[in-house]
Ligand binder design. Structure first.
Ligand code: HEM
Length: 120
């Protein structure tokens, strides 16, 4: 089974103060400490996303399939899913405060019709 890391654990490995360099890509955690010096785009670009989710930065750089393949060898585990995900609306976007579901209207009380219940 894959090792699970908390986002906070990954965030500590940001390459600063002698820390290793970890990054997140598509929910997986990578230790790229030994790779940054060999990165064709330079170490700085990776250090900018060290300890963070680098998915967008990696994809936006337009890496070749070869680069994606190289990345795999540095995988050390997976990132833990957030304990309390934000509430989601039907369209998949995070619900804004005040936009939460309204309670359904309550059925008419039987007493209002004098206690008489009609079955038809
Ligand atoms: C550890 C993860 C990474 C690996 C294995 C990796 C690998 C590579 C490789 C093999 C290339 C050469 C071109 C190619 O084959 O696509 C490259 C170029 C490049 N990478 Fe990465 N990369 C990583 C992370 C990143 C990150 C996080 C960024 C952030 C922006 C980045 C930005 C770039 C850029 C801008 C280039 C183009 C450099 C140039 O053509 O001068 N890379 N990378």
């Amino acid at each position: 089974m894959s090792q699970i890391y908390q986002k906070s654990e990954v965030a500590e490995r940001n390459g600063k103060n002698g820390q290793p360099v970890w990054m997140i890509y598509k929910g997986n955690v990578y230790d790229v400490t030994n790779f940054i010096k060999d990165h064709p785009g330079g170490p700085e670009l990776i250090l900018e996303v060290a300890g963070k989710d680098a998915t967008k930065a990696f994809n936006n750089a337009g890496h070749s399939p070869d680069a994606v393949q190289q990345l795999k060898q540095y995988k050390i585990g997976e990132v833990a899913i957030d304990a309390q995900p934000k509430p989601q609306t039907a369209n998949g976007k995070s619900a804004e405060p005040g936009q939460t579901k309204q309670p359904l209207p309550q059925p008419q009380q039987a007493e209002k019709s004098g206690g008489f219940l009609c079955c038809c």
